[in-house]
Structure formats: structure tokens, C-alpha cells
Write a protein that binds this ligand. Structure first.
Ligand code: GDP
Ligand code: MG
Length: 761
């Protein structure tokens, strides 16, 4: 199969084009660095199918970050039949910088002038013909978003792919043309592929090349020696870049005619919006307000606090239980439901009140055996429905976060936060994978490839799980909901938001801690281009949500069903495989007892007496997948005799019941939430972290998660339960801080003095 590669700057629309060509649903986001791995698909509208490869964005072929290496290696080593260079037409000059480098490779090349819709809208005029003449390769105007010009692009690319192309360079008339030519001939003599490309990179002093072609590097160095007093002073890298830009502005800027209207109003709409949104003082408060609004609309029960202010809510009573339950989905004693609450209530109504109830009635009516009823109602349906009823609400959260992301706002937040994050030891760039962690840790960890500094990458992957992911949201929602029902004056929504914030604060605290201990070093500089704001695309938002939904359903049908059945089995049977009367005689209780003592300091261990194993088991199943925690609650509550299957409120009632049965305190429940938020995220995320961490470092990461979650949950439990312990914890923290301050001032010195630390005398 012939193979086309999509290459271009970050955020120029490669993935949008990839999706349009292949019908895929890859993630498109309005910030640089969304695609961090290559991705393949097939285009079928030509005579023969074409394999399309979407590559991470690159500004140049001299890579700095791991994800840029992927792109360069693919183009050089895998020899696609044609490279489609996507160029953001609204940002022509900068994008063409990469084009001038791609031209130097011996590969058929076609330039796709993307975002032509945006160019036309702004009133500018762009002439593809002029550009084509200047570049010497086909140029096609397209709009990946509006699906315009795409078939023409593919036809021209297919035509180009039939003929071999020899690289050409815009440096042919520069002062270093000679040495490039000489090196090229030498490389070609040795049979090196793409001699021109390698010759130019060698001249630039590209690290990867210098080690590979030492002989030719000597030629370059000799030339440098001879000309070190010339105009270019020996910095060939800067010289090459300068020559490229000069060539671009001399030849290609003629292709673009700016509209008179735009020349005058120097400030675009984006600039105006940024005056407010990235204002020095307003930016951070605005971000917190926006984030809170998102959480309110997702987890709140009283829309805009209308009920709290006007107090009009009441419970509908028509006498028909189903009708009442249905009306309560939208309006109940808490007030008018927010979008998140409506969806949550609705799925809960459908999954538990209707379907779950019917299944239970049906099984009973059919006279199924007791154990079979238990297996289906409690083991399978209980666990799966428990998790699935939270999914729509979690999707609402994703939707809001995707809107913020696709509009271009999140990229601004990275900039706003850079100032603060820098003090904590990472650059603002690290914020992007962290905020992705609110969705799922797996893609978030992969996204850390956009970070160029190794220490920054490791630190970021470690704290990503502290950004509560979609699978942990149900744990918080169920427990906080139960606490709000059990205690008057507790607001579930504020409690959930508070826990989310606590996770973020812990991330910052641990970043600071790592920078002071195992990860000392400089914070790398932060350079990222800000994309223009735009209205989020409905289609791409829906694709994103659809992907998430599929992911959940798949998980629910596999891991969660399996774990629920196993848990149900272990809690129903004793070691001799007879059904148990008392759950405390079950296999599960027996195994649980082994680890119960460890959890005692966190408030959900031995102090719960015979039921000490209940929360321990939930936490352990959560290590496999965090959805398991809530599904385990469901299965266990049923096993402990909770008879509320028909009127249950997804998890909340189950947790309430578990509170009564086991006697766990609210302090213990909060510690339980925090432990789950900070511990080993899940098997999937742990595996990805392992793959992305340098060899031998992963075990420290696991230890880091274990210790952080255990110590933090213990401290919180102690401080909430016995207020006087606050003094001890505060004293210990103060001592640690004092130690670091003194060490940084040079008052305390530990260990051997390293040779490379310059003496300060
Ligand atoms: P990538 O980083 O190069 O893969 O770029 P993406 O495909 O993720 O797109 C970046 C942003 O540009 C997204 O917000 C897209 O909606 C937007 N975009 C992509 N193609 C077009 C286009 O043809 N016209 C306009 N106006 N926007 C586009
Ligand atoms: Mg992309």
C-alpha cells in the first residue's frame, strides 16, 4: 500500500485533515502538542487505498523533544511515498520555515495550504500559484475543517508520488552553499540517502548528524576555521535559519495580500479577548471562577443556587411512583437540576429504578435460585449500573473541558500559570498534560512527551494522577453525596470541588518537594505559540465525547463486570465453596482481614471491627481500575443486606448504608477519598507511566504514589479526628520546610560535596 505522511507545525490542522481523510476520530485540540505519537489510517477515494500517517507537529527537522524525534525519523527512515506538508495559511511565513527543510529531502512533497476558510474570512488574499512557482512543488488550497479541496489535494499527491523527486534547498545562493555542496557530494559518494538534507543539517551542527558523520563534519569545521572572521562569525545554525527566513520573506510574502481592513485594526478579536482573560491581575481569579462554574454545572444540584436564594423547591407528589421519580430528575427538593445532575438522575432512573427493578422482579417471578438472583442483581447489574449511571455526568465534565480546550483558552491558562508553576519547579507547559489528567491519566501521561526536560517529565507524570480523573469522579460523588445526606449543612458539590482542588494543591506541594529532593535542577524555559481563539467545533466535540463513551462502555463490559463477579463470588462463598450466611465468614472478608491493619491509621481499618475489610477491599480493587471502587460498594452493600435495589440513588445510598453498618466516620470517608485520589491510579495508567519513564525509575514512582497517599490520608484522618494533632503535623511540616530553606541558604550541608558545584568563596 502506498503511504502518505502528514507533516506540519503544531496546531496547523494535521489531525483535522487526518480525520477528514480517514474517517477517524483522533483527538483535535486547539493547542500545540495534542498529537504526540504517529497515527495511521486509510484513505479510500483514490484508485488504490492509501495509508495516511498523522505525525506530531514540528517547527523544524532539528528535534528537541521526544515527540519531534518521532516525526523526523518517520520522514527520513520510513520513506513515505509522498509527504503532505500542511501549512497554516493564516501564519504563512512561520509555517514555510519547515517547508524549506522538507524540500531538502529526496521525497515527493505537496504543500496543503490549510485554513483557507479563515484566510478568506479575514479578507486577505492568498495566491497558491505564486507560491507553487516559488517553491517548485504542488500547492493546494484546502480547508480541513470545511472539507474543501481535500480530494484535489489527494489527487495531486498521488500524481507526485509516482515520480521521484530530488531535494532542493533555498540556501543554494547563500554564502555557505559551497560547503553544503561539497559535503553533499562526499555523502553521496558514500551512498548516504538524502545527501542534501544531511549536508545541510551537518553544516548547521545538528547533534544527531555530527555523531553519525564525523568525517564530513571535519570538512565543515575546516570551512568554519577558514571563514571564522567573515560576516557570519561561525554560527552556522543561526546563519542557516536567517537565510531561510530571508528567502521566505523575499519570495513568498508576495503570495499574500493583506486586506486593508486588517492592516488598520491591529488588534484582532483574539487580542482583545486576551486583554481580559490573560490580564495580569484578573487572569487567575477568572480561571478559578470558570473552573468552578464547570464543576457547578456538572456536579451541582441547585442550578445557579436559585433555590438557595429564592427557596422555591418542593417534592412533587402525584401518587404515581414512576412519575414522581421522573419529575425529580429535573426538579426536586434541592432545586432545579444542573445539566450534569439531570443526566445523572436520568440514567440513575433508567438504570436502577426501571431496568434494575424490572430485572430483579423478572428473576424473582421466574423463580430463579437465590444465588442466581444474587449473581445477576448484585454481582453483574449492581456493579455495572453503579458505574454507568455516573458516565453521562462525567461526559458533561469532559464536554465543558473540551470546550475550554478547543476554544484556545487552556493554552492561555498554561501561560498564565507559567509564572506560578515556575516557582514550584515546572514550566507552564506541564500544566497541559496535568489538566488532561482530569479526563484520563493515560493520554495525559503520553502527552508529557512534549516536555523537553527529563526531570520535568518524570515529575509531571508522577503528579498527573492527582488531577482527579473521570473514573475517580464517581467515588467522590458517591461519598460526598452520602456525607451530605448524613449530615445537615454539608454541601456535596462544594465538597467535591474542594477535593478536586485538594488534589491540585497536593500536586503542587509534591512538585516542590521533588524539586528539593530527588529532582533538583533548573526549570526549563517555556515557549509555546498561542493559537487564535475560535468557536469550538460541534463535530469535534461530539467525536471526543463519543470516544470517551465507548471507552467507558468497553471498560464496564470487561474489567468491571469481571471484577464485580469475582468480588460477588468471594463475598458469597466460604473457602469450602458453600454459600455463607454471614458475609464475615466469606473468602473476601478473610483475605481482607490480612491487609486491614495497614489502613487503620487512615480511619478505615481495624477500628471498623468485623467490617474493617470492607473499605480495604474497595480500595484494593480500585488499584485495578478506579471505577471498581464504586462497583465494589454496590456489590458489598448488597452482600451486607442492603435491600434498596429499587429506590437506590446510585452509590449514595449504598455508601450511607455502609456507613451505618461498618460505623466508618466522616473523617475516615474523607481519608478514603484522598487515599484513592493520590494512590497508584490504575493498571492502565501505571503501565503507560512505566513505558514513559526512564529505566529503573518506575519503582520509585510507585513508591511515591503509595507513600504520598498513605501519609496524606493518615494526616488528614488524624487532624480531622483529633484537632490537637494539627499542631504535630504543622510542626513536622514546618521543620521540613525550615530544613530546605536552611539547606538552600547553605547553612546546612548534607553528604559529600559534589565536584560540579562551583565553590562560592
Ligand atoms: P494539529 O495540531 O496540526 O494536529 O492540529 P489540529 O487538527 O488538532 O487542529 C488545530 C486547530 O485548528 C483545531 O482547533 C481545529 O479545529 C482548527 N482547524 C483545523 N483545520 C482548520 C481549517 O481548515 N479551518 C479553520 N478555521 N480551522 C481549522
Ligand atoms: Mg494533531
Amino acid at each position: 500500500m502506498i503511504k502518505f505522511a502528514l507533516a506540519g507545525n503544531p496546531n496547523c490542522g494535521k489531525t483535522t485533515l487526518f480525520n477528514a481523510l480517514t474517517g477517524s476520530t483522533a483527538h483535535v485540540g486547539n493547542w500545540p502538542g495534542v498529537t504526540v505519537d504517529k497515527r495511521e489510517g486509510v484513505y479510500k477515494k483514490l484508485d488504490e487505498p492509501v495509508q495516511i500517517v498523522d505525525l506530531p507537529g514540528i517547527y523544524s527537522l532539528s528535534p528537541y523533544t521526544p515527540e519531534e524525534v518521532i516525526s523526523r525519523n518517520f520522514i527520513i527512515d520510513e520513506k513515505p511515498d509522498c509527504v503532505i506538508n500542511i501549512v497554516d495559511a493564516t501564519n504563512l511565513e512561520r509555517n514555510l520555515y519547515l517547508t524549506t527543510q522538507l524540500m531538502e529531502i529526496d521525497v515527493p512533497l505537496v504543500v496543503a495550504l490549510n485554513m483557507i476558510d479563515a484566510v478568506k474570512k479575514s479578507g486577505d488574499k492568498l495566491d497558491a500559484r505564486t507560491l507553487e512557482k516559488a517553491l517548485g512543488v504542488p500547492v493546494v488550497e484546502i480547508s480541513a475543517l470545511k472539507n474543501e479541496g481535500i480530494d484535489e489535494l489527494m489527487q495531486r499527491a498521488a500524481a507526485a508520488a509516482t515520480q521521484p523527486r530530488t531535494g532542493s534547498t533555498v540556501l543554494a545562493r547563500s554564502s555557505i552553499a559551497h560547503v553544503i555542496d561539497d559535503v553533499k557530494i562526499a555523502l553521496r559518494g558514500k551512498g548516504v540517502e538524502n545527501p542534501l538534507f544531511h549536508a545541510v543539517k551537518l553544516t548547521e551542527g545538528d547533534e544527531l548528524e555530527v555523531s553519525e558523520h564525523p568525517d564530513e563534519m571535519r570538512m565543515v569545521n575546516e570551512f568554519k576555521e577558514q571563514h571564522k572572521d567573515d560576516v557570519f562569525g561561525g554560527d552556522f545554525e543561526a546563519l542557516v535559519a536567517d537565510e531561510r527566513y530571508k528567502y521566505i520573506s523575499a519570495n513568498f510574502s508576495g503570495a499574500l495580500v493583506r486586506s486593508a481592513k486588517r492592516e488598520k485594526s491591529a488588534l484582532t478579536k483574539s487580542d482583545k479577548a486576551d486583554r481580559v482573560l490573560t490580564n495580569r491581575w484578573a487572569a487567575i481569579p477568572l480561571f478559578v471562577v470558570i473552573l468552578f462554574a464547570v464543576f457547578h454545572l456538572t456536579f451541582g444540584e441547585d442550578l445557579l443556587y436559585l433555590n438557595a436564594i429564592f427557596g422555591f423547591a418542593y417534592d412533587v407528589e402525584t401518587g404515581n411512583a414512576y412519575l414522581d421519580a421522573f419529575v425529580a430528575v429535573f426538579f426536586n427538593s434541592a432545586g432545579i437540576s444542573t445539566p450534569g445532575a439531570i443526566l445523572f438522575n436520568l440514567t440513575d432512573f433508567l438504570m436502577n429504578t426501571c431496568l434494575g427493578g424490572w430485572i430483579a422482579e423478572g428473576m424473582a417471578a421466574a423463580g430463579a435460585a437465590g444465588w442466581a438472583q444474587g449473581l445477576v442483581n448484585d454481582g453483574i447489574w449492581g456493579g455495572v449500573a453503579g458505574v454507568m449511571s455516573f458516565v453521562p455526568q462525567v461526559l458533561v465534565l469532559f464536554l465543558f473541558l473540551s470546550i475550554l480546550e478547543d476554544s484556545g483558552y487552556m493554552a492561555r491558562v498554561a501561560f498564565i500559570l507559567d509564572r506560578i508553576f515556575r516557582r514550584f519547579g515546572v514550566s507552564g507547559r506541564a500544566f497541559i498534560p496535568m489538566i488532561m489528567g482530569f479526563g484520563c491519566s493515560v493520554p495525559a501521561v503520553v502527552n508529557t512527551r512534549t516536555l523537553s526536560d527529563d526531570k520535568e517529565r518524570i515529575m509531571t507524570t508522577r503528579v498527573i494522577p492527582f488531577f482527579t480523573c473521570g473514573a475517580k469522579a464517581p467515588i467522590l460523588a458517591a461519598i460526598c453525596g452520602a456525607l451530605a445526606s448524613a449530615y445537615t449543612g454539608v454541601n456535596a458539590e462544594l465538597l467535591v470541588f474542594g477535593l478536586y482542588l485538594f488534589g491540585m494543591v497536593m500536586a503542587i506541594v509534591m512538585l516542590l518537594f521533588m524539586r528539593q529532593t530527588s529532582m533538583r535542577g533548573e526549570v526549563p524555559p517555556f515557549i509555546m505559540e498561542l493559537p487564535a481563539y475560535h468557536v469550538p467545533q460541534f463535530r469535534s466535540l461530539m467525536i471526543h465525547l463519543w470516544d470517551k463513551l465507548k471507552h467507558y462502555v468497553k471498560k464496564a463490559c470487561t474489567i468491571i463486570v469481571a471484577s464485580s463477579i469475582v468480588i460477588w463470588f468471594m463475598q458469597s462463598f466460604a473457602w469450602d465453596f458453600t454459600l455463607v450466611e454471614d458475609i464475615n465468614d466469606s473468602i473476601l472478608a478473610d483475605i481482607g482481614h490480612f491487609v486491614t491493619w495497614i489502613c487503620t491509621p487512615m480511619g478505615f481499618g481495624l477500628q471498623l471491627g468485623t467490617y474493617g475489610w470492607v473499605f480495604v477491599v474497595a480500595a484494593v480493587t480500585g488499584l485495578i481500575a478506579k471505577e471498581n471502587v464504586v462497583s465494589t460498594f454496590f456489590v458489598l452493600a448488597a452482600g451486607l443486606g442492603f435491600a434498596g435495589a429499587e429506590q437506590t440513588e446510585s452509590g449514595i445510598d449504598e455508601v450511607l448504608f455502609l456507613m451505618q453498618t461498618t460505623g466508618i466516620t466522616w473523617q475516615g470517608l474523607i481519608a478514603f477519598c484522598v487515599f484513592n485520589m493520590l494512590t497508584v491510579p490504575c493498571f492502565a495508567a501505571a503501565a503507560v507511566v512505566k513505558g514513559e519513564t526512564p529505566k529503573g525509575r518506575f519503582k520509585f514512582t510507585v513508591a511515591f504514589w503509595m507513600l504520598t497517599s498513605f501519609v496524606t490520608a493518615t494526616c488528614l484522618y488524624l487532624m480531622f479526628t483529633w484537632v490537637w494533632t494539627v499542631a504535630i503535623v504543622a510542626a513536622v511540616v514546618a521543620l521540613v520546610v525550615l530544613f530546605f530553606v536552611l539547606r538552600n541558604r547553605g547553612v546546612i550541608r548534607l553528604g559529600r560535596k559534589k565536584n560540579n558545584t562551583p565553590a562560592k568563596e
